[in-house]
Design a protein around this ligand. Structure first.
Ligand SMILES: CC(C)(COP(=O)(O)OP(=O)(O)OC[C@H]1O[C@@H](n2cnc3c(N)ncnc32)[C@H](O)[C@@H]1OP(=O)(O)O)[C@@H](O)C(=O)NCCC(=O)NCCS
Length: 185
């Protein structure tokens, strides 16, 4: 799998890569699950990307496989080794059954490259696909109740659990490998 996936920080994107990200983010299937579900304009996107260049607490990565843009993995509120993870996938990834592989690759990249010790997330309880996908990747519900008006569940995984459980889960690795084989290079 190595070399097939390319990870690019938003700060390094070309104009066309950045435009592709904005199109993917504005896909109704994606934005309906985001905190901000309205359509994002070009100027707003540009200034968001620019703001990331100076932000020590957030990182957004564009994930590409074999020349196709497949999705984004992000870390926000990075502090004391913990970060709030987030992701979305493109229509191409979803059609090719690559969503699990993209999120796996995104998380693995974040744990390796950015040295975080724990990734946590706030999962909407009605986002069934994301719930099951996060479950396959070893994220576990954890104690606190965020108490928001939308029903959210807090989930998390430590780097140690990621390496010990997820990376060495032979069933998961088989699923990932088979999807890669079916999709070719
Ligand atoms: C969430 C998201 C990544 C899921 O993508 P998707 O293409 O619908 O995902 P898939 O159907 O491939 O995977 C989800 C489901 O397949 C299962 N699955 C995925 N790959 C699998 C595999 N190789 N083998 C077995 N099961 C698999 C998951 O357990 C889950 O089960 P379900 O079919 O009962 O829902 C996508 O819908 C998305 O980008 N949504 C918008 C953003 C979002 O919701 N982000 C999450 C915020 S926490």
């Amino acid at each position: 799998m190595s070399g097939l996936y390319i990870f690019k920080n938003f700060a390094e994107l070309s104009e066309s890569e950045s435009a592709e990200v904005l199109r993917g983010r504005n896909d109704p299937e994606v934005r309906r699950w985001m905190t901000t579900d309205r359509v994002i304009g070009e100027e707003e996107h540009r200034s968001f990307v620019a703001s990331l260049r100076h932000s020590p607490s957030a990182v957004y990565i564009r994930i590409e496989r074999a020349g196709f843009f497949l999705g984004v993995y992000s870390l926000n509120d990075i502090q004391a080794g913990s970060a709030l993870g987030g992701f979305w996938t493109t229509e191409h990834a979803r059609r090719r059954m690559l969503a699990l592989n993209v999120v796996y690759q995104g998380m693995d990249h974040m744990f390796r490259r950015f040295g975080v010790d724990r990734i946590y997330g706030y999962q909407r309880v009605d986002n069934h696909s994301a719930l099951r996908l996060n479950g396959l990747l070893g994220l576990q519900p954890c104690c606190e109740d965020p108490g928001e008006e939308i029903q959210l569940r807090k989930i998390q995984i430590t780097r140690e659990q990621w390496q010990r459980r997820t990376v060495s889960d032979s069933r998961l690795q088989k699923l990932l490998r088979r999807t890669e084989e079916l999709n070719g290079e």
